[in-house]
Design a binder for this molecule. Structure first.
Ligand code: ATP
Ligand code: MG
Length: 175
């Protein structure tokens, strides 16, 4: 069944809002929110929520998190951009593994299990899409979840490498 992306993004962001407010982190959303994908509403919310929760958890106070939707070439791309701690280069290949956490000692107070991103990866694959990550230690991270659009033209909607959107790309429409 077609799932409205606006509902998915709003639900995911709503659930992260309390934690974000306690750290004075503003979450902005924007872009092509009036688009649909085929799939499971709850699984998609879970996936986006994991990305937003991470963006908030691994960012310092008074930073910004952007959630931007971009529909092109038959794909709906949901980008979650943060200005947080980032991920060291040698850990970037491993963050999607089950139970992997970059720095268990330092991130103990965030209380995670290391399952979030492996779930995101599975939800992406189950929907014929993918998840990609770009990160610069000390500057922030961008995660993109891409799912074929519900109204894509025949033959489009294939995933491939793209360049990450910047925070200003992502939040512009939401301002
Ligand atoms: P869980 O999501 O199960 O509560 P978790 O957040 O530790 O626990 P993942 O979401 O799978 O697990 O993330 C794995 C690791 O990747 C995290 O422990 C963290 O070190 C790193 N990470 C994930 N997202 C970010 C991000 N936006 N910025 C910096 N580091 C991140
Ligand atoms: Mg997590």
């Amino acid at each position: 069944t077609p799932v409205p992306i606006r509902e998915v993004v709003e639900e995911a962001v709503d659930r992260a809002r309390t934690t974000a407010q306690s750290k004075n982190i503003a979450i902005t959303m924007g872009g092509d929110l009036d688009t649909e994908v085929y799939g499971d509403h709850n699984l998609l919310v879970t996936a986006v929520r994991n990305l937003v929760d991470n963006a908030v958890a691994y960012s310092g106070p008074a930073s910004r998190v952007g959630v931007g939707v971009n529909e092109r070439a038959g794909l709906v791309e949901i980008a979650v951009v943060d200005q947080g701690v980032g991920i060291a280069e040698d850990a970037q290949d491993r963050v999607f593994e089950r139970f992997y956490r970059v720095d268990p000692a330092r991130s103990r107070d965030t209380g995670g299990t290391g399952l979030g991103l492996s779930i995101v990866k599975h939800v992406a694959a189950d929907h014929g899409g993918d998840v990609q990550m770009w990160s610069e230690p000390g500057r922030g991270s961008t995660f993109t979840l891409r799912i074929p659009s519900a109204d894509r033209p025949e033959g489009s909607g294939r995933t491939g490498r793209v360049t990450p959107p910047s925070l200003s790309d992502v939040v512009r429409d939401g301002e």
